[in-house]
Each structure stands twice: as C-alpha cells, then as structure tokens.
Ligand binder design. Sequence first.
Ligand code: ATP
Ligand code: MG
Length: 507
Amino acid sequence: MMMGDMTQFGSVMAGAMFIWAIFKQWFPDELGNHIETYFQRLVTYFYPYITITFHEYQGDEFERSKAYMAIERYLSTNSSNRAKRLKANVIKDCKSVVLSMDDYEEVTDEFKGIKIWWSSSKSVPQQRAIFSYHADDEKRYYKLTSHRKHRDIVTQVYVQHVLDEGNAIATKTRQRKLYTNSKSENWYGNKRTMWSHIIFEHPSTFDTLAMDPKKKKEILNDLLTFSTSKDYYKKVGKSWKRGYLLYGPPGTGKSSMIAAMANLLDYDMYDLELTSVNDNTDLRKLLIDTSSKSIIVIEDIDCSLDLTGQRKKKKKDNKDEKDNPNPIRKKKKAKKEKKSEVTLSGLLNFIDGLWSACGSERLIVFTTNHVEKLDPALIRRGRMDKHIEMSYCCFETFKVLAKNYLDLESHDLFATIGRLLEETNMTPADVAESLMPKSAEEDAESCLNGLIKSLENAKEEARVKAVEHAMIKCKVVGAGKKGEDDGDKKVQECDDSSESESSDSDD
Ligand SMILES: Nc1ncnc2c1ncn2[C@@H]1O[C@H](COP(=O)(O)OP(=O)(O)OP(=O)(O)O)[C@@H](O)[C@H]1O
Ligand SMILES: [Mg+2]
C-alpha cells in the first residue's frame, strides 16, 4: 500500500469514527459498545498500521522539541534526496542553507528490512491566539507510519536510532561558539543571556602546539579520558568537570593550548572576564547559562580580581582603618572597589560545582603568569585538578615549531640551536616569530640563521644584565661596609629587591 493510500484510508476511517460517535448515543449502551468493538477490529483488520506523531512544540513550551529537531535533521540527511519538495532554512550564524522536507511531503525510510513512512504536516488553528510564544501559530508535526507487526522494533529501536542519528548530525555540523560576557560589537547576543558570541574558529591544535611531546601526550590522554568518563564521575559522586591551571611566562602557548583543547574535544568556549561581573549573583547566572561540552576560561586570573589572598588583605585593611580612621578615604575606597564584588568564595563555590551542577561536561581553565601570587585555596587539587606549566622553548619544543613553520625535521643548524636554547630563555612565541619567513625569497636555512642570531642576542642581553646586577650588588655591599649604623639594613633591602627582580625576570 502506498503512503498516499494509507493516509486516505486513515482519513476515511477517522470520518467514519466521527459519524459513529454521533450515532452511538441512539443505541443502548451495551449494544453501542459491542458495535464499537467490532468496528475497531474491522478498522484494525483493514488498516494494520501504527502511527506516531512528533510535534514541533510540546504544550506551551517556548523551545522547539528536541525530538522534532533531531527527526528534522535525520530526515533532511537521510531522505531529502528522495523528497521532491524541500524547505530551505538559512542559518544566520553559519551563513549556510539547511534543507528539510517541506510541509505535506512524504518520504520512506528503511531500517533492518522494515519500511517506515514519514510525512510532514501542520495544523492551522481556526482562531488565532491573541498571545502565543510561537511566531506562527501553525503547529508542525512529523508522522511516522509502519506496519503494526513491527511495533516493538519501531518504538523501541528505530525511534531511538533516528534521535541518535539526528543528534550526531547536529554535533557534526554544529559551529562551535566563543562566548564572552564583556559585550563587544559584532557579537551576537540577546536580552535573555549575559553572554554574547561569535563563531569559534581558532587554528591551534595539539599538532601545532609546541611542547615536550611526552607532556603533550599526557595532557591529550587526560582530556580524552575526561570526555569519556561520564559514568565514572557519576559513580564517584563528582560533577563531571575538570579544572586546569595553565601557568608560565607570556608567549609560552597558554591561550593556544586552550584553543587546542576546544578543537580536540569539540567544545564551545566561554571567555569569562571576571572584572566585568558585578557580583557573585551575576557570576552564578553566567555560569548556569553555560552549556555542557564547554570550556570556561578565566585568563590572567591573578590580574582579574583581588583573588590573591583577600582574607589576608582584609585583615591588613582593618588594621589600617583602626590606626587611621578617615571617612573621606573610606568613601573613596568604596567607590574604587565598586568595580566587581565577586569574591574568592563565590568563585570557589562555582569551581566546586555548587552552581554548575545543573549542567555537565565542562572544563574550567585558569591561566596566569604568576602562579605564586594565587591563593592556594583557589588552585588546590580537586579545584584545579591539573597544573600545567608552559615554559620557555626547549629543543623538543623547537623541533615541533620547525616542523610546523618550515616543514623541517632535521638540519645541520639544529645542533647549534639546541645548545643556544639550553643557555638562553626564549619563549615559543619569539622562536616562532624568528622561524616565520619574512619574504617569499627567505628560505628555511636563513630563518634558522635568523633564529640563531636572535638567540645569541638574547644570550648577550642576559649576560649584560647579570653583570649589571652583580655590580649593583657589590656597590651596595661596599656602601654597607662603610656605613656604620644602617649598613646591614641596606644590604638587606638590596637583597630583597634583587630577589623579587630575578623572580620577575624568571617569569
Ligand atoms: N607552545 C606553543 N606552540 C605553538 N605556538 C606557540 C606556542 N607558544 C606560543 N606560540 C605562538 O605565540 C603566540 C602567542 O602565544 P599564546 O597567546 O598562546 O601565549 P600565552 O602563553 O597565552 O601568552 P600570555 O600569557 O601573554 O597570554 C601564539 O599565537 C602562537 O603562534
Ligand atoms: Mg594568553
């Protein structure tokens, strides 16, 4: 029986049932029920099909039904070439066209040798609602029809298969997004959310990321294990999230690593600018509004807020206030601190999963240039589960960059570069810059020579700095010897400052 015939037959039967409902009241109850039972049997005998309807909107829900959308994707991928009339949906973000079955179109599908008929339709209400969430009041639906002898396989296996396939297509074709809470021009957003977004397209991958291959493999495995450990996290009673702390000097690839993570796991990225968040309540709202399969990033956490030991600082402030009560200063201070009231404990709550438990599968990544400045509570294991140091370029890192930038796996100059890299601190960003050809004529060898020159210059600069440093120290020690009263103090001060300087330059 063809699809059209089935539909016609269904309509005739529905009409007959309607007429019977009118006539039934003229029959005694018992007789009426008997007739109805036989009538149903007759219908079933001649119409041995089951139908399942999937509506676009369920009840008064604002969002389209997920099942309807999955079916739409499944049918547009699997059956559109067989449907004669197609509907084009232009996706604003993707700037591409997605085809799906037009209204009142019919297609067939086959599953394990079973034939399944799909039709798309819509019902238009007689009276338009004065207020309705849905732009047009037409209610679309898909209807699945199959022989009733396949009822179990269709309802228990086939429908799930269609939903899974539809969702897989969505994952494959979806464009990942980069969200930010500090609104910028040309970013998409709406009033319902504090996030605005653009399409996330960053070329960094674990292949292009230059770092010690062993360390890289370990991180890669860690990420892949995380992404497939849903059941494990459930079993041990932890929310399915993992914190990464990336620390190291500027230009060592922390941001590149985050982009590579997002590309590897196919996650969206939420770039959280803490200084733009008013208070803990807003922080909670933002976090609840993030989706699963995402990375929440707080870059330069040490600069974001005073999260570097507020408890200690507060004590000091209280002492100052006691020693020197000054209402004007108090007012000024309050104004200055108005910027963001997000507190360390607000952030800790979030990381611990209190406010994020509603979602799942999320990475939280902090980056910093000064790991030593952070409050230990913020980065203890369990909150920031994995601490990754991104450091200066070593020979292994250089080899990855040479392969990526110059397509070179070995060269006579590699040995010199290896030796210089051991003697000098240079970031992968600076090495990469030297390796990039500056003109069409520049070949790989001249790029390598350029790098050697930069390394030698950096080495010489470091040597001169060290000599200057030593000279200042000697002078102060000399002055200390001459001075009788405050000599020791001067040496002490000089030593303190030189310590902090050297730790800065280490960074
Ligand atoms: N490890 C690396 N592998 C590949 N490229 C790198 C690496 N480190 C730096 N680069 C290159 O240098 C540029 C700057 O790196 P990136 O922004 O990742 O550094 P960062 O550590 O985030 O610095 P900052 O602390 O200043 O934010 C990148 O665009 C990339 O081209
Ligand atoms: Mg960065």
